[in-house]
Design a protein around this ligand. Structure first.
Ligand SMILES: [Zn+2]
Length: 285
């Protein structure tokens, strides 16, 4: 747990999946990325599904909902999904939060690995919101793109994960950067998708940012030219990262990763002034 003034930030896991390294590293040669992560025999690398719980005042805020529990056995196998710590709901229970006590759900974007846990099928086969009392939010631009998937984005934009929530009025659409709770700010960080949102957390004179897929692995945040093959606007990702690198160094901010095996880091200039990722062990920081 990370305490930022009045904010208590819990890093929760919805599991770990295995993804093709070509997707994770795009144009970066294996000779370079291979020094940082070892692929398995099928050239797959691990991708964590990290979600956040932020407690502030009487609010319980969930940021991203992971792959959820609607997957059938075939899709679980395709993802190589494993849940050594249980799913997101198990993590919330350990933090003392029941699904009905969640007040706000922030979807950083609508790729399936970030929002499929928004809802679930009950025993009678009815689709229900996982967090019945919560207001859900996502950027309007993201929602509009996700409702018009093309041949390249169709596999990950699955309307079942978000359209019913919007139609029922539970999912609200944001128009750009938005203060969502005291010290919790959604900021548009375009590139991975045009409507992609990161979340800045501030309190007690400290700052953190949940990068989400602004940088899929932490090394992607350090190296401006590295990005996933899934980024639909890679040159925009590059410029967004350039701006947020400066912010992160100025604020000495915690960088919280959605997908890296290492959950938290900071960015510091080395002796040549080049930005470098410094892993942070929260237990010792
Ligand atoms: Zn992702």
């Amino acid at each position: 747990m990370l305490q930022l003034g009045a904010l208590q930030v819990y890093l929760l896991s919805d599991g770990v999946v295995q993804v093709d390294a070509g997707g994770m590293f795009g144009l970066v040669p294996r000779a370079l990325w291979g020094r940082m992560v070892a692929p398995d025999a099928e050239n797959r690398v691990p991708m964590h599904l990290r979600c956040l719980l932020v407690k502030v005042g009487d609010q319980n805020i969930v940021i991203d909902t992971g792959l959820g529990n609607k997957l059938d056995e075939k899709h679980r196998r395709q993802w190589g999904l494993e849940r050594p710590q249980g799913d997101l709901l198990a993590g919330l229970a350990r933090a003392g939060v029941a699904p009905a006590a969640v007040t706000l759900v922030i979807n950083t974007h609508l790729h399936a690995d970030h929002c499929a846990g928004n809802n679930f099928f009950d025993a009678a086969g009815a689709l229900r919101p996982t967090f019945p009392q919560a207001r859900y939010v996502v950027q309007r631009r993201e929602y509009e793109d996700a409702m018009r998937p093309n041949e390249r984005t169709r596999a990950t934009y699955i309307p079942l994960n978000y359209e019913p929530l919007h139609l029922s009025g539970q999912l609200e659409l944001l128009e750009g950067d938005t203060e969502l709770a005291p010290g919790v700010r959604g900021v548009v960080t375009p590139g991975h998708t045009p409507g992609h949102m990161s979340v800045v957390l501030e309190g007690g004179g400290q700052a953190a940012v949940f990068l989400c897929d602004l940088a899929t692995y932490l090394v992607h945040f350090e190296k401006l030219g590295w990005m996933t093959a899934y980024d639909v606007e890679p040159l925009i990702t590059l410029e967004t990262k350039r701006a947020w690198q400066q912010w992160a160094m100025q604020h000495h901010a915690y960088l919280i990763s959605a997908h890296d095996p290492q959950p938290v880091a900071r960015l510091r200039p080395d002796e040549h002034g080049t930005a470098r990722i410094i892993p942070v062990d929260l237990a010792q920081d």
